[in-house]
Design a protein around this ligand. Structure first.
Ligand SMILES: C[S@@+](CC[C@H](N)C(=O)[O-])C[C@H]1O[C@@H](n2cnc3c(N)ncnc32)[C@H](O)[C@@H]1O
Length: 448
C-alpha cells in the first residue's frame, strides 16, 4: 500500500468508530476492518494501526488545534492535523497523499486547505493548552484522577498515554518459566522475567506472537503483569471451590486454574455468554480441566442464590471505566466514559452485593477494577463494608506474602490496605484491588 492508501484506511476506520450515536471501541472496529481485508499485508496493518492509535493518544491536543482553527473533529481533519503536527509533513507532502489517485484520499477542499495552511510547521504542544489537554486527560475523569493520584497525577497521566509493554504469563500446567524463555527464543523473541509476577515474562518491543510455538502450545498467555498479580492475590489453591464472577473471556480464570493445578473447581460466570464462549478454546489449549462456564442472566441470577456460601474464593474483576488501561485503549478516554461512571458505580455495587453471597464463612472476596478512580474502588469497598459487618478487609502486605511469595513492592503499591498498581511506578496497567474475608462464624461477625 502507498502511504496515501494507508491514510484512506485510517480515515475509514475513524469513520466507522464515530458512525453510531456512541463511539465504537477502536480495537474491535480495526479488527473487523482488517478481517474483511485479508489482502492487507502485515506492514500495512501495523502502519494503519499506528496512525489510528496515534490519533487517539493525541486526541485532546489535536482537538485543541482543530477548535482553534474552527474546524470540526472529523476523521479527515484529524488525519490532516496528525500528519502535519506529529509526522511533520509539509503542505506539498500532505497534498501529494490527498490527491484522489490510487486509493488515496480525495484532494483537500475548502476549510481543509485553510486548516492545513494554519497547522503546517506547528508543533503539537502549545503553551496556551490547559494542563489536562497537554496530558490527554478527559474532562470527565480529571477531578477523580487528580484526587486519586495526588502529586503523581502528571507522571501517571504521561505513563497512561504511553504504549504498554507486552507481558506474558507462563502457564504452569504446561511448563516452566525457563521452558517459555527458551521456546520464545527459538522463535526469535527475547523475553525476561517480569519484575513482580513470579509467572510473568516481559518482552522486548512488540513482536508478533501469533505463530509462536509457546503461544500455540498453551505454554504462555498474553496477559498484563497487573492482571497476573491480581489473579495471584486471589490465593486460589488446589482443591478449592472458586468463582470468577466477571470472567469475560477468562484471562484471570486461566491464571487461577494454573494455580489450582487442575484440582478443585473454578466457575467462570459472566452476563455476556459470547465472551465466556471464547474461554472454551483457551482452556483446552491451556490444559485447564477444572473450569465450568456459567452464563448469568444478570448479577442476581438464581444460580447465585442456589450456591450461597459455597465458595472459598470469589473474584469480582468488575466492569469499569477502564481508566487504568488507557495505554492499550486510548479511545476509551473519548468515548462515553463520563456517562459510564455513574452507571458503573451502581452496577459495581450491585455485583458486589450479589457475588458476596457466594463466599463461605472464612472464605475471601476479591474486588478489583482496572480503573484508578476512588468512586469505582475505595468508595465501593467502604460502602460494602459498612453494609456487611461479616466482611473485613485484609492487609495486602500479608496477602501478597502469602499468595505471591515475595514482599509487596514498596513503591506505593498498597494504600489503605488496597493494592494500587500504576503504570509509572510499576510498569503495569492501573489496577486497584481489595481482599475481604468473611467471618468464619456468625458470632465472630457480631463481635467485630
Ligand atoms: C473487566 S471485564 C473482565 C475481564 C476478565 N476477568 C479477564 O480477565 O479477561 C468485566 C466483565 O464483567 C462482565 N459483566 C458486566 N456486567 C456484569 C454483571 N451484571 N454480572 C456479571 N458480570 C458482568 C462483562 O461482561 C465483562 O466481561
Amino acid at each position: 500500500m502507498t502511504p496515501g492508501a494507508r491514510i484512506t484506511a485510517a480515515i475509514e476506520v475513524l469513520e466507522a468508530v464515530t458512525a453510531g450515536d456512541v463511539p465504537a471501541p477502536v480495537d474491535s472496529v480495526l479488527g473487523n476492518y482488517l478481517k474483511q481485508r485479508r489482502y492487507i499485508g502485515s506492514k500495512d496493518r501495523t502502519a494503519i494501526q499506528a496512525l489510528v492509535y496515534g490519533i487517539f493518544r493525541r486526541r485532546a491536543r489535536l482537538g485543541w488545534w482543530l477548535e482553534r482553527a474552527k474546524a470540526k473533529a472529523l476523521p479527515r481533519n484529524l488525519l490532516i492535523a496528525h500528519l502535519l503536527l506529529i509526522e511533520k509533513l509539509t503542505g506539498p507532502e500532505l497534498r501529494s497523499h490527498f490527491d484522489g489517485r490510487h486509493y488515496h484520499p480525495y484532494p483537500l477542499e475548502g476549510g481543509e486547505t485553510v486548516l492545513a495552511d494554519r497547522l503546517e510547521g506547528k508543533s503539537i504542544d502549545h503553551p496556551d493548552m490547559p494542563e489536562a489537554v497537554l496530558l490527554e486527560c478527559p474532562g470527565w475523569a480529571e477531578a477523580g484522577l487528580r484526587a486519586a493520584l495526588g502529586e503523581r497525577f502528571t507522571e501517571e497521566m504521561r505513563a497512561l498515554n504511553d504504549e504498554a509493554s507486552t507481558d506474558l504469563r507462563v502457564n504452569a500446567l504446561v511448563g516452566t518459566q525457563e521452558d517459555a524463555i527458551a521456546a520464545l527464543k527459538r522463535d526469535g523473541i527475547f523475553s525476561k522475567p517480569a519484575l513482580y509476577s513470579p509467572v510473568g515474562l516481559r518482552l522486548g518491543g512488540r513482536p508478533a506472537l501469533g505463530g509462536t510455538e509457546a503461544l500455540k502450545s498453551g505454554l504462555v498467555e498474553i496477559q498484563d503483569e497487573g492482571s497476573q498479580l491480581l489473579a495471584l492475590l486471589v490465593g486460589a489453591r488446589p482443591g478449592m471451590q472458586v468463582v470468577d464472577f466477571c470472567a469475560g473471556a477468562g484471562g484471570k480464570t486461566l491464571a487461577m486454574a494454573a494455580r489450582m493445578e487442575n484440582k478443585g473447581r473454578i466457575v467462570a460466570c459472566d452476563v455476556h455468554a459470547k465472551r465466556l464462549e471464547r474461554l472454551t478454546l483457551r482452556q483446552r489449549r491451556a490444559q485447564a480441566h477444572n473450569i465450568e462456564r456459567r452464563p448469568l442472566t444478570r448479577e442476581r441470577d438464581p444460580w447465585v442464590k442456589r450456591h450461597k456460601g459455597k465458595f472459598d474464593r470469589v473474584l469480582i474483576d468488575a466492569p469499569c471505566t477502564g481508566t487504568g488501561t488507557w495505554r492499550r485503549n486510548p479511545d476509551a478516554k473519548w468515548g462515553r466514559g463520563g456517562l459510564d461512571l455513574a452507571e458503573m458505580t451502581s452496577l459495581q455495587y450491585a455485583i458486589l452485593e450479589s457475588a458476596a453471597r457466594l463466599v463461605k464463612p472464612g472464605g475471601r472476596l476479591v474486588y478489583a477494577t482496572c480503573s484508578l478512580l476512588a468512586a469505582e474502588n475505595e468508595d465501593r469497598i467502604s460502602a460494602f463494608l459498612a453494609d456487611h459487618p461479616d466482611f473485613k478487609q485484609m492487609s495486602i502486605f500479608d496477602i501478597w506474602q502469602e499468595t505471591v511469595g515475595t514482599d509487596a513492592p514498596p513503591e506505593g503499591a498498597v494504600a489503605d490496605s488496597a493494592l494500587r498498581l500504576t503504570p509509572a511506578r510499576h510498569g503495569t496497567d492501573g489496577f486497584v484491588a481489595a481482599v475481604l474475608e468473611r467471618a468464619a462464624t456468625q458470632d465472630e461477625a457480631e463481635e467485630e
